[in-house]
Design a protein around this ligand. Sequence first.
Ligand code: MSP
Length: 667
Amino acid sequence: MIYHSMELSVNNFFITTPIYYVNAKPHLGHAYTTVVADAMARYHKILGEETLFLTGTDEHGDKIVRAAEKEGKTPKEFVDQISARFQNLWPQLHIANDRFVRTTDTQHVRTVQAFLQKVYDSGDIHFGEFGGHYCYGCERFYTEKELENGLCPQHLTKPDFINENNYFFRMSKYLPWLREFIAETPDFIRPERYRSEVLAMLESGALEDLCISRPKSRLTWGIELPFDKDYVCYVWFDALINYISALGWPDHKDFRAYWPGEHLVAKDILKPHAVFWPAMLKAAGLPLYRHLNVHGYWLVRDTKMSKSLGNVVDPLSMSQQFGIDAFRYFLLREMHFGSDASFSEEALVSRINADLANDLGNLFSRVLSMTAKYFNSRVPRPKTFQEDDRNIADLCADAIRNYIQLFGNVQFSQGLESLWELVRALNKYVDSQAPWSLAKQGNMERLATVMYVLLSAMRKTALCLWPVMPQASNSMLEQLGQTVNQNRAPVASLEQEADGLNGMEPGTLVASSSNLFPRIEVKKKVSSQNNKSTKAQKTVDISKETVDTTTAIPVVSPKETVPFEQFKGLDIRIGTIRKAEKHPSADRILRLEIDFGEGVCRQILSGLAEYYAPEDLVNKRVCAILNLEPRKIRGLVSYGMVLTAGNDKHLRLLTVDQDVPDGSEVA
Ligand code: MSP
């Protein structure tokens, strides 16, 4: 059994990204998934399919309430603001999603309630007592087996043991069926390694029924259960339903036209998509999705990207510096879908220079300027094809066929490599045919054929590149004299292009020059990373020299004792300084913007100006009291106090000796 008795949307393609949490700014990882989804949608468009591309934001949960409170905003005001950042980013990366779903949309809320009611009515939701290890950071229960040394594997904090009555989805009922289905359907989850991981998960026996409610006494910012107003829905159960709420399930024609679709996620959220979601769909009597496409993680210099390490890559800044389409090309070319990849600006620059400036850019530039010189920028009419020309025609057809097949199997990097075999062969063909010699010899017939072969193959290359570099592809096509409609796919069916060197009309006027991908010159700059480490090293040395070696330990504190409760009332947390600058009108004060994992940075003023240069503070981890009454200092308000140690001569910031997430409590 693959699909239920539903009208299938055979020629329509529906692709989704995860809906992103609104507690962090969009970063390279979010951009990658969304660029890949965009490329997949565009790829299906050039195959002539109707496509629908959905992304969005996941906006419920306790973390949001806390972050909003801290900013003096209502949860809705807070989520509106952060969701807008995602919505505004995508067009700036040439991403053309058709829909943007938010879990706070009324339509989504209604759909989740209808779904819950359906599953409840069919008897797959039961009420029961439950005791579990609850991590507030993750907003989920962990089983004993899932904890690492008794700690939450994500936050490395000890979860609370909570005993309460809740609603459960009878997921366990569907697990044997799911195991069999995945075993029989090889590409349901791809690449293979993730399918094996899910099968192992299902065989381990560790999966149980899923707790799908949270009592309102503990959490209110969620979707109310339609059958019990004292409970809200567990965020994951709510979030997964976005994939059909955005299609107007159950009645809208879009649902009939586009479901089942394809999902694209990273390995971090494999379990909810590979286990919870199919079981939920099955319980609601709906067809399963077609494929779950799972990619690996972008690492930064082989380290996990994290706010606390201060190594989060901003996709907008990368694309502004290096070009949007060049950045998209790099993302798709550099990561082998399914495996992790390492991001560095050096890798980005060398990929752009090698593939785009040298290979592709150079091909366009030399062929167009020769067409201008020898044929007045008109595509010449070819004469007899020789063996070399036929080889290029064959290679071109093979490259397109391979490209189509590999992209269809989410092997984007390999698909691009196959296209680059053609690009490199075309450059070699220029060298071996030497059009300048043919011109010198006056062999205009042969020269016309050679130039025609080149221009035709370049047109096909540009068409293939539209999913990856939409704007650059359009520019290439325009340079080749093709009519381009910015809002439409440049070709009705790419498959028809894999058939000889057709499609280029002799006589077409082409551009006389091209400078699509200028080479990026790397300035030899001393890496700021190195700078910092030397300075950090120096700081340690200085502190060693000036450390007070008094060994007398007072038995009683010089200050009065305070009740423990008073200490517990302080909200002391770890954060990362993102920005530091001088207070505009107070010499001794620095204005800091510190990230405590609240979604936005907090402004704290501190008398550090004599002890630290502002630039040395960026990325430093600090400890601060967050719940002191806000204090105004010369026109600016401080929302907390950073903790320091030392004296007037030598003051140092308190920090942590190992990595813990921003927002971790000091207790
Ligand atoms: N809200 C949930 C998803 C619910 S979907 C029904 C969530 N949100 S998230 O903001 O944490 O986004 C996770 C996704 O962001 C990953 O699955 C991946 O698509 C992307 N990435 C986040 N960090 C990443 C990397 N370092 N590398 C690659 N992609 C990553 O989970």
